[in-house]
Ligand binder design. Sequence first.
Ligand code: PAP
Length: 374
Amino acid sequence: MSSEKMTLVSATAAGCQRGPVPFKDVAVVAGDAHRPSAEGDEDFDEAIAALPSKPPTPLMRRMRLYHGGWFPEKWLPYIMAFQRRFEARREEGDVIVASLPKCGTTWLKALAFATAARGTYPPPPPPPAVDVGGDDGGDRRRLHPLLRLNPHDCVPFLESIYSSKEDEAKLAATPSPRLLSTHLPYSVLPASITGNPNCKIIYVCRQPKDMLISFWHFVNRDKSRDVPLSYVWESVRECTYFGSPVWDHIIGYWNASKARPCNVLVLRYEDMKRDPARNVERIAEFIGQPFSEAEREAGVVSRIVELCSFETMKALGTRMAGSSQRVVSSEFPNDSFFRKGAIGDWVNHVTPDMAESLDKLLSERFDGSDFTFA
Ligand code: PAP
């Protein structure tokens, strides 16, 4: 364990300012209050080396079978650390955005942050000022956080946090309510989340065909890679998309939402596209901050929708393209999270046979569940 001691600057000290605050804005300085736990340096290598593995492919590096799902080997130490060390706040609870990759995570992070933080950061009137340039730190700080930060900077991935001691200290220092996120399946989440009546999970899912096309474009943004679509398409059948099989991921959260409706809310990307305002209302109600009639009349809901719209976010992401996001141990440019934002783009990329075979597999796997896509 590092002997360095951490505490928080007063402006963002836990308990001094009400959250959510953008995770990136939380700062730690030397002190003794928020040091990572004594378990901070476990070595998971031995446990990981003992897990069954799949050799690297053009799509994925080596994967390991863990809790019934294939995870990238590189991510496992951080996933294990998250499972072992994360403590959801018992009384205040935490709000966790959960998803499979490429299902609308970035968008949901923006909507949840803008909704939960609207007291401290009122959404700006449209059109939101997408020009985030300029050197005046004071003025920039007065901007709504989503006008100067990627949604991933506001709502961090828990898996990523455990790849950095500094981020782990920031997590402890973040004021409640904390807004956090994960791509992990429900079954792998620590009991301090799933067994905590004060923790809320907002899950977003998406038609798998669009999810896969989105992922394919995402991996091939790196011009040194040219991953054939077939590898991405087959990852669903081979259960290597991310962790547990895609159907188990969705059904896991779906069943939890039925068993614990006050704690788990399932949203669908397509439904959010068709009626974003209704979904913003659902988020607000679910986290215990429903909109008042006065807020509705003042246009707060529509301002949040506008601020987080694909067009606004893409323009902002393009402005921030020079800086990057760390997702676990990899860096991605800020604009890589905003591509097309459409429903049904898969028709432009796959043959009818590919679509039919995936549909058939999924309908078999979802058989017996009452879950339906939007
Ligand atoms: P992540 O898992 O890496 O965080 P995620 O945000 O879940 O990615 O998914 C990215 C998809 O959401 C992209 O879809 P596409 O490739 O089909 O275009 C991205 O464009 C889309 N997306 C991002 N922001 C928004 C938004 N504000 N509204 C609608 N779609 C969005």
